[in-house]
Design a binder for this molecule. Structure first.
Ligand code: ADP
Length: 410
């Protein structure tokens, strides 16, 4: 550990009282680990990111309680080493539980679950459904177990929130043996985010009765969901996170025969097609410039034709999906925008709502423009058929909350 780390650590020690009974939230990806230490009352947190794991540039970027930032290089370091360092940095705060973001819980998990040997083996077994994420989740669980065997751990699966979908929404119209014998069905993802923003909207709306929300999580990955009475009734992602909306680098929906067509016509391998649809498509594929909405918007404003088409397609596909998801809701209270694009891009929100122009939605264009940079608020006009909200997502907070609830600490 560098000198700067040592100095920082001693500075933080005086602050530990602000972080009472904290929960450590770990989001272990294939080459990165995001972490947040969140106090029991959810008012205080320490955050950080280990990135480029396995590469020479592997490093941990840590933001202390004071807001000061430090960076620790761990050249070549992988998950195990990064987690050891992260746990060292946080040890002084005496966290009482660890909550992991789990990506795929299959049909087995419809809510957060405390880690046992069985749960750990299930996370590993479900690797077939999430090859990049579930092994990283398992590494995270094992690293904590090795150092803190007595601290309880919980996994909050991204798929769990959507387990309330009815069969009409989660089945594919394909032979039933594929579902019964091989679990081929729609699962949905981003569940923690859809759960958080819909619950939050239900707390702050003045609408009475039972609420029905369309939630649009628009970030690098994008998905939409129909949430009624706190339960997901349908969502845009499916067996994998590729289905549904156009995203940063992912295509979203395409003709299912595209694979066989490309194989026959261009002799592309299945792996190449999979990579193309996941990594080279979406905003990046259409604009030819970037997967980052800011870059694409800037280019479009300067007259770049493909960038213009990319943002129009992004909005058209999102609006079309939201319109179709409204069919799942017994009541339609409003639309919630979240994720980096949903929270910040007023022009994308306006474009999407324009696609839905037959719904009787009207909004205050100036108010829409003020909602950015972490602001929470509504922007519908008083005569709008439904409410419109921007609610910054907080998956870490939701995972910490579900972890405490699962362990009976809340
Ligand atoms: P992830 O899915 O990786 O968590 P985010 O939710 O952070 O991603 O969203 C990243 C996306 O948000 C990027 O496309 C980025 O360009 C977009 N974004 C962030 N800020 C703005 C902004 N001010 N205007 C437009 N897009 C933005």
């Amino acid at each position: 550990m560098s000198d700067s780390t040592t100095t920082q650590t001693s500075k933080q020690e005086s602050d530990t009282s602000q972080l009472t009974n904290p929960t450590l939230v770990l989001n272990c990806g294939s080459s990165s680990i995001k972490y947040a230490l969140i106090s029991e009352d959810e008012s205080t947190r320490i955050t950080g990111l280990a990135e480029n794991l396995g590469l020479d540039t592997a490093r941990i970027k840590h933001t202390a309680l004071s807001g000061e930032k430090l960076e620790i290089s761990i050249p070549g370091g992988r998950h195990k080493l990064a987690l050891q360092k992260i746990l060292e940095l946080l040890e002084q705060y005496h966290f009482i539980a660890v909550g992991h973001r789990g990506v795929h819980g299959g049909r087995e998990y419809s809510e957060a679950v405390q880690v046992t040997d069985h749960v750990l083996s299930e996370v590993k077994r479900l690797k077939s459904l999430a090859p990049l994420h579930n092994p990283a989740n398992a590494l995270g669980i094992e690293a904590v177990q090795a150092i803190y065997p007595d601290i309880p751990q919980v996994v909050v699966f991204d798929t769990a929130f959507h387990q309330t979908m009815p069969a009409v929404a989660y089945r594919y119209p394909i032979p039933k043996a594929l579902y019964e014998d091989h679990k081929i069905r729609r699962y949905g993802f981003h569940g923690t985010s859809h759960a958080y923003v819909s619950e939050r909207a239900s707390q702050i709306t003045e609408a009475g009765g039972t609420h029905g929300w369309l939630t649009a999580h628009l970030g690098n990955g994008c998905s939409a969901a129909a949430v009624y009475d706190g339960k997901s009734l349908d969502t845009s992602m499916g067996l994998t996170p590729l289905e549904g909306l156009m995203m940063g680098t992912r295509s979203g929906d395409v003709d299912p025969s595209l694979h066989i067509h490309l194989k026959r016509q261009l002799d592309m391998s299945l792996e190449d097609i999979d990579k193309m649809l996941n990594s080279d498509s979406g905003l990046l594929g259409i604009s030819g410039l970037s997967n980052d909405m800011r870059t694409v918007e800037e280019a479009a404003n300067e007259g770049h034709k493909d960038a213009k088409l990319a943002i129009e397609m992004f909005a058209y596909r999102a609006g079309k999906y939201l319109a179709s998801l409204s069919c799942a809701l017994p009541e339609f209270t409003g639309i919630i925008f979240t994720g980096g694009i949903g929270e910040n891009s007023a022009s994308t929100r306006a474009r999407i709502l324009n696609v839905m122009r037959h719904f009787g939605i009207s909004f205050d264009a100036d108010k829409n423009k003020t909602l950015a940079g972490g602001a929470e608020g509504s922007f519908h006009s008083s005569d709008s058929s439904v409410e419109l909200w921007v609610i910054p997502t907080d998956e870490e907070r939701q995972i910490a909350k579900e972890t405490r609830q699962t362990l009976g600490l809340a």
